[in-house]
Design a protein around this ligand. Structure first.
Ligand code: AMP
Length: 285
């Protein structure tokens, strides 16, 4: 497995004549890898001949400096895990390599990015859009893999790839969970033992809301009641709980009017911000 630190090095590698016709998969990550990331890697290993994992903690997508400086770094373990998965190359550039000067391009995603994460993390999706656009350009993969755990991010990236005519197919991969249901996240490493126990209430809130909606509760009543339940959990500071169209991410007013509906939640458990979502109706839940 190769490790590349510069754009030039990875491009020289990928443009070798013997590789140029091969199917390339790109899995963008910020490191601190867990089984959720590895499920994206495995999908690429199944479908592509070359799998490139990028590890880059993108400073411009963090609107909270504390979150950036506290972002876990498990580099050596990450390298071992990716080696075991048979990944072809890691692309791990420095911030200076990715942003030799402060970027002036600001990508907007309109309504898609106004609500939920966009509302609570101003500027987040502009930062995500820019870094993913750069990575897609640098690697020019056949496919790029993203987790459905970050549903709004997936929607934003799909629109980026479509509107800028990237050649890459954007592949969404189902959320990997801990045995008790907590969505795997690099941020879970920062939870204390007590907070780890509390964190499951976010998922339980989603399941409660799902249950209410599937057993005929009125939409706004179901949301209000579930919010009250989550807000009653000591140690959780709820930011949002929304029922949205899975593609447009706009709030649902009529459950019958959408092909797919997602229930989305985000909140702080202690100092750690977590998010999760499930489909209203799915085989996976
Ligand atoms: P991150 O390192 O948190 O930026 O995540 C890198 C990629 O892994 C993103 O596309 C995430 O959506 C995806 N991902 C993170 N956690 C999970 C999970 N539990 N299941 C599936 N994909 C995930």
């Amino acid at each position: 497995m190769k490790v590349f630190r510069t754009i030039r090095e990875i491009q020289v590698f990928l443009h070798k004549p013997e590789l140029s016709q091969k199917k390339i998969g790109l899995i963008p990550t910020m490191g601190a890898l867990h089984d959720g990331h590895l499920s994206l890697v495995r999908k690429s290993r199944e479908l592509d001949e070359i799998s490139v994992v990028s590890i880059f903690v993108n400073p411009i997508q963090f609107n909270n400096h504390e979150d950036l400086v506290n972002y876990p770094d498990t580099w050596e373990r990450d390298v071992d895990l990716l080696e075991q998965e048979g990944v072809t190359a890691i692309f791990a550039p420095s911030s200076e390599e990715m942003y030799p000067s402060s970027p002036i391009l600001e990508i907007g995603f309109g309504d898609l990015a106004d609500s939920m994460e966009g509302e609570f993390r101003p500027g987040h999706f502009a930062g995500v859009g820019l870094v993913v656009g750069k990575l897609l350009n640098i690697v020019s993969p056949t496919r790029a893999y993203f987790g459905q755990k970050d549903l709004q991010q997936l929607a934003v990236i799909r629109s980026l790839a479509t509107e800028l005519n990237f050649r890459s197919e954007i592949v969404g991969v189902a959320t990997t969970r801990e045995p008790d249901g907590l969505a795997m996240s690099s941020r879970n490493l920062r939870l204390s033992k007590e907070e780890r126990k509390t964190s499951i209430k976010l998922y339980e809130g989603l399941k409660m809301l799902q249950d209410k909606l599937l057993t005929g509760s009125e939409l706004s009543t179901a949301i209000t009641e579930t919010k009250a339940w989550v807000n009653g959990v000591v140690g959780i500071n709820l930011e949002y709980l929304e029922v949205v169209d899975s593609y447009s991410l706009q709030k649902t007013v009529d459950l019958q009017a959408h092909k797919m509906i997602s229930l989305c939640i985000a909140g702080y458990v202690g100092e750690v911000r977590l998010l999760d979502n499930i489909y209203l109706i799915t085989k996976e839940n």
